[in-house]
Design a protein around this ligand. Structure first.
Ligand code: PGA
Ligand code: ZN
Length: 396
């Protein structure tokens, strides 16, 4: 039984306040969870409130429904109590940040009571035995860095890596290789919010560098390293066109452009290639894309079963990005994953651009047998998850 829920303000990786929750149980269990935060957030995401307000509201209406009321291991009960206390569809009362922190803390407290690792508690006895391949953000811009690429993320995808550990180190090597290529060409580069290089180069230049860096590291390591993108199309789309600085593309031109990139670079992963309302465009692109290319909806689906349902009906995308804080609870995230798997959509578990040291998503990706996890390449809040994956693999 949950005996205590504590909430506090802690720092995220951008230096902004976020919500941390701690849960204690009668049998001595303890769990702690912290909410991440997006910068290129989808229009249809659950609502994050300023941390102080989210904490005050959750203390007032949600904590009394949990303390002394529900078992931490009853995840649907905990998450249902959060929904009931909030009373809205989008967690705009207690904030999706308070909700997700509490939801994750409960899962960890339950795992602690069982004496099992979190992935085992979440995935159960019959989970798959595959590990996710990390997608490593190595060049980026968009909303995550000023004066850098228009496409938000260029992601190394070490699909041939024999283990998670090999994949994690391969991505770090690609990141280092990109840094060297930029230095050799005299291109200065800061890093964006997720630790990717954020050089002031055009997108064409970034493709060329990605191709060179992934090929060279693949040659060195002896396994295939492809690459992929998060276009974050909704951020580029305004007044009926996609804006790349002074250049614009019509929706048809954008579709042709992305289909061309998939073919030219043999992209294994393309996230949000189009605007978050363009289900028809997503369907057409999915049709045109190579079979092995994951066309993934992030802002399109926002981890929401109703939006995914609509995508399934129209054939939009073949993959869904799973961000628990986009929808507010682990229960909702699991429901989206289950719906995806039943309909042949691959779930890809993801961090946010604003992160903490919380490692829940690493366990979630292993628990649900996700083919990919997107959680950066370098930087402490990113390596927290990557190193946890290495530990899970080593101890499994
Ligand atoms: P965000 O970006 O966390 O800033 O929303 C990540 C993404 O778009 O995948
Ligand atoms: Zn995205």
């Amino acid at each position: 039984l949950i005996t205590e829920v504590r909430l506090r303000r802690i720092l995220d990786s951008r230096g902004n306040p976020t919500v941390e929750a701690e849960i204690r149980t009668e049998s001595g269990g303890f769990g702690r969870g912290a909410a991440p935060s997006g910068a290129s957030t989808g229009e249809y995401e659950a609502i994050e409130r300023p941390a102080e307000e989210a904490i005050a509201k959750a203390r007032e209406v949600a904590v009394p429904r949990l303390e002394g009321q529900i078992y931490a291991g009853d995840q649907r009960g905990v998450d249902g109590a959060l929904r009931g206390a909030d009373g809205t569809d989008d967690f705009s009362e207690i904030g999706a940040n308070s909700a997700v922190a509490i939801s994750m803390a409960a899962a960890k407290a339950a795992a602690d009571v069982l004496g099992a690792p979190l992935y085992q508690h979440l995935g159960g006895a019959f989970r798959g035995r595959d590990f996710p391949t990390p997608l490593g953000n190595v060049i980026g811009g968009g909303e995550h860095a000023a004066d850098a690429t228009h496409i938000q993320e260029f992601l190394a995808a070490p699909v041939g890596a024999p283990s998670v550990s090999d994949a994690v180190f391969a991505n770090a090597q690609v990141h280092a290789e990109v840094g060297e290529i930029l230095a050799d060409r005299g291109i200065p580069a800061a890093k964006g919010d997720e630790g990717a290089w954020a050089p002031s180069i055009d997108d064409g230049g970034a493709f060329e560098i990605m191709d060179e860096a992934t090929s060279s590291v693949a040659d060195d390591l002896g396994f295939e390293i492809g690459f992929g993108l998060d276009v974050a199309g909704a951020e580029l789309y305004e007044d009926g066109a996609y804006h790349y600085g002074d250049d614009t593309r019509s929706p048809d031109e954008q579709l042709d452009y992305i289909a061309g990139l998939i073919a030219d670079y043999d992209l294994v992963y393309v996230e949000d290639p189009l605007d978050e309302d363009d289900y028809d465009g997503f369907a057409e692109l999915t049709e045109r894309a190579d079979d092995r290319t994951l066309v993934c909806g992030d802002d399109l689906f926002v981890t929401n079963t109703e939006r995914l349902e609509r995508g399934i009906e129209s054939g939009a995308a073949n993959s869904i990005l799973i961000k628990p804080n986009q929808i507010g609870t682990l229960t909702d995230a699991f429901d989206a994953i289950e719906l995806a798997l039943r309909n042949g959509y691959d779930p890809v578990v993801s961090h946010r651009s604003g992160e903490t040291e919380d490692t829940t998503i690493a366990h979630l990706a292993v628990a649900v047998d996700a083919p990919f996890i997107k959680t950066g390449t370098v930087g402490g809040e990113r390596t927290a998850k990557l190193n946890e994956l290495i530990r899970i693999e080593a101890n499994a």
